[in-house]
Design a protein around this ligand. Structure first.
Ligand SMILES: Cc1ncc(COP(=O)(O)O)c(C=O)c1O
Length: 379
């Protein structure tokens, strides 16, 4: 589809690129094929169920962090469903087990609370403990699961080796958008702290945060780390990235609604950092826009702001070769992951539509949102 044809797509709209998804899936599959590991998709990062049939051709299951993600995986993905959460809710637990193949406990107290209910099930459910290596690779504290006083995972000090009856696996997660050198350092610590329990396990989950599909990611190092690990310990290795599945696999197409001036030019868009690209404020980061540059790089610089009342609903300052005007289209890059799954309807803003650009070039709008979606979250 050409830019001119894209003009027919209503904005705001996420457009997911089938070819880009396929490219990512091929890379992930090459890791599976080279190493014999299993890669599952973390639904917290990307849960567009319309493309589950495509993803299922490459990945054997999903990683869920709640009963609703587990149910979505069970009903719509139909592969292995692995669950890992800081704690489980007693009244939901039996239903959760109905969707689950692997369940990971964050603490031995949670394992103790729920193990009998798992033993009573007819179906075999693999149980694991999340360990915390207390080794930080992530520089932004809000995204570091292994920083001081972290609640995420059992530290070596709290690891109860006499409570492992029924536990068949270990899980760790300490990366975020990182390369395989970070995994290499982490694995050394994991082996040092928890290696003496490996012979009592059948599987280990290396968590998410592996930016495997990024251009500069060292896939060969990842493969050799997994292969060596499997050779040394004969454990089934799982990885559960989210972002890597949908990295650079979709854009957010938006329109300029108004241009105002307050000591600088300001464009108000039909989207919002706060509601439609929350990581821009939370991470924070500056999303790339097709054809735009840093302030001053091109002749026309604007502050881009969203539609909510939040003063800080600012996406950033960008420059453009041509002046923007009402109706100009702006395309935010890399908007498939951690957007649809995190969005909100603050100020009653409609969620962006979701479209798919198929390999054939055809763009299909797969979902539009309306008043009912806003109303259904309230009472
Ligand atoms: C336990 C766990 N697994 C997997 C992921 C997915 O991480 P990413 O999308 O960065 O690959 C996360 C992200 O926070 C996580 O907490």
């Amino acid at each position: 589809m050409t830019r001119a044809e894209l003009k027919n797509v209503p904005t705001p709209c996420y457009i997911i690129e089938e070819d880009a998804l396929l490219r990512n899936l091929e890379i992930l599959d090459s890791v599976q094929k080279k190493t014999g590991c299993k890669i599952i998709m973390a639904l917290k990062g990307f849960a567009m169920f319309g493309v589950f049939p495509l993803i299922r051709q490459y990945l054997c299951g999903v990683a869920a962090s709640s009963i609703d993600e587990a149910r979505l995986g069970y009903e719509m993905f139909r592969g292995e469903v692995h669950v890992c959460a800081p704690a489980y809710i007693e009244t939901e637990f039996d239903e959760l087990l109905g969707y689950t193949d692997h369940i990971v406990f964050n603490s031995f107290s949670q394992w103790d609370l729920f193990k009998e209910r798992i033993a009573r099930r007819n179906r075999k459910i693999a149980c694991g403990i999340r360990v915390n290596p207390e080794h930080s690779e992530v520089k932004v504290p809000v995204y570091d699961p292994c920083g001081p006083f972290s609640r995420l995972g059992t530290t070596r000090e709290n690891f109860e080796e006499n409570e492992l009856d029924g536990i068949t696996g270990l899980h760790f997660h300490n990366l975020c958008e990182l390369n395989s050198d970070s995994l290499a350092r982490t694995l050394k610590i994991i082996e040092h702290k928890f290696g003496s329990f490996f012979n009592r396990m059948r599987w280990i989950n290396f968590g998410g945060g592996h930016h495997i599909t990024r251009k500069d990611y060292d896939v060969d190092l990842l493969c050799s780390l997994i292969t060596d690990f499997k050779k040394s310990y004969s454990l089934e290795v799982y990885l559960e990235p989210g972002e890597a599945i949908a990295l650079n696999a979709g854009v957010l197409e938006t329109s300029v609604l108004d241009i105002i001036h307050n000591k600088m030019d300001i464009a108000i868009l039909d989207t919002s950092a706060a509601a439609h690209m929350p990581d821009v404020l939370e991470m924070p980061y500056r999303p790339a826009i097709t054809g735009a540059g840093l302030p001053g790089e091109y002749p026309n610089t604007y502050r881009l702001g969203g539609m909510t009342c939040l003063a800080g609903d600012i996406i950033g300052d960008y420059s453009f070769p041509e002046p923007l005007k009402t109706g100009s289209r702006l395309v935010f890059q890399d908007m498939a992951h951690y957007t649809m799954v995190k969005n909100n309807t603050f100020n009653g803003l409609r969620l962006p539509s979701i479209a798919m650009r198929k390999s054939s070039g055809e763009v299909v709008i797969v979902r539009k949102f309306g008043y009912e979606d806003y109303k259904n979250r309230l009472s």
